[in-house]
Design a protein around this ligand. Structure first.
Ligand SMILES: [Zn+2]
Length: 396
């Protein structure tokens, strides 16, 4: 049987990753050591090493002659190129900026967050992100001459003031991208930060290795992303994944998006805290909401349970339409664990074509607040991935 080229490429990527993983964990190694540690054949290993050296991913070091004596000629070693490929991921969420600096080999060199005023416009946000990057670079002595790409995550369809974004957010994204590009001189890619969080889950987190998955970020806003056939779905207008704006009550309250009765209005923590208050239970903030639900406070538990069931209903729709293998739920409410996962599972089992039951895993997402920035790293890595340097990326 003749192997298909993409299958061969996958094998090659897997071998490359095995080799890089050894260099990441063990540091400089000789070829003989690498053959022993990776179990790869000499031909394959030499071929991959040659390729990686040519691309500047790894470097060869001549032996220090004074260091080793006897036992014949000391051999040279290879190691990851310490100055190769830096990637920056930025999440410009409404209330705060998160920055992650990573390497092409997926190591995190630095991470940081900084508060920013809700009213700050695109230029101020971009500048605040740049200051945070510069501080991190200084603190961690990172050489940005090797910077390859920057990914930027931005809030969804609505602006910080809750106004519908008739092109505003696209305009803001352009302005921020241009400013960051001007400053660092590398390729910049920008996307919705909830969708990027989905990409982070698909690349390294709870949806890794799953070709069809749904991610929901259940926090102050309710957003998400779909991974369809291994690709992050952006939609015809770049608006795919806005699960929070699925209407669950056609004549319900007007939503800032212009619609009515959107899911987000019903299940965002602020609404749930209000519902608890109406039942005479004081809940301080979303974290307290999760804590009290966990502790079994009956009114809080019921409010949270009902909200999760409503989310489950909307997700049952997504299951019917997209047939995902896994659903990952993140955001502050995901910290409630099974308290929210169980009602979601139950509604999917009850409503998503129960006559043909399917196995959809509903799990907690892996990344917390850092998901957007990590997804921005993943998106930026993809810009550089055309070289196939990144065997680690399951999403083609
Ligand atoms: Zn809406």
């Amino acid at each position: 049987m003749i192997e298909r080229p993409d299958a061969m490429q996958r094998v090659r990527r897997a071998h490359t990753e095995t080799l890089l993983a050894q260099l990441r964990s063990a540091g400089p190694l000789s070829r003989a050591e690498l053959i022993r540690l990776t179990g790869l054949s000499r031909t394959t290993l030499f071929d991959i090493i040659g390729d990686l050296i040519a691309r500047g991913v790894i470097i060869e070091r001549e032996p220090e002659l004074t260091g080793q004596r006897g036992r014949g000629r000391p051999s040279s070693t290879v190691s990851l190129n310490p100055s190769a490929g830096r990637i920056i991921g930025i999440d410009l969420a409404r209330a705060g900026i998160t920055v992650v600096v990573a390497t092409l080999s997926h190591d995190i060199l630095a991470r940081g967050t900084r508060a920013v005023a809700l009213t700050a416009g695109p230029a101020r946000r971009a500048d605040a992100a740049a200051r945070l990057i510069d501080d991190l670079v200084r603190e961690h002595a990172i050489d940005l001459r090797a910077l390859e790409a920057i990914g930027i995550g931005l809030p969804g369809l609505l602006t910080g003031r809750g106004r519908a974004a008739d092109g505003n957010s696209a305009g803001a994204a352009k302005q921020i991208s241009a400013r960051i590009h001007e400053r660092y001189g590398v390729t910049v890619t920008a996307d919705n930060n909830s969708r990027l969080a989905a990409l982070a889950e698909g690349t390294w987190g709870a949806a890794r290795g799953v070709r069809d998955a749904v991610y929901v970020r259940w926090g102050d806003g309710v957003g998400g992303g779909f991974i369809v056939d291994g690709q992050l779905a952006r939609g015809a207008h770049g608006a795919a994944g806005e699960i929070g704006h699925v209407s669950v009550e056609a004549d319900g309250d007007p939503c800032p998006c212009g619609g009515r009765g959107c899911l987000e209005l019903h299940i965002r923590p602020a609404a749930l805290i209000e519902q608890c208050a109406r039942r005479g239970v004081t809940v301080r903030d979303p974290a307290d909401l999760v804590a009290q639900a966990h502790a079994g406070e009956p009114a809080v538990r019921e409010v949270v349970h009902r909200a999760a069931a409503l989310l489950g209903r909307v997700l049952a729709g997504a299951v019917v339409q997209l047939d995902p293998g896994r659903i990952a739920i993140g955001g502050v409410m995901a910290q409630a664990g099974d308290t929210i996962l169980e009602p979601v599972r139950a509604e999917i089992a009850r409503l998503a074509i129960p006559r043909h039951p399917r196995h959809v895993e509903v799990v907690t997402a892996q990344f917390g607040d850092e998901g957007g920035a990590m997804g921005a790293v993943a998106a930026a890595l993809r810009l550089t991935a055309s070289e196939s340097l990144l065997p680690d990326l399951p999403l083609a």
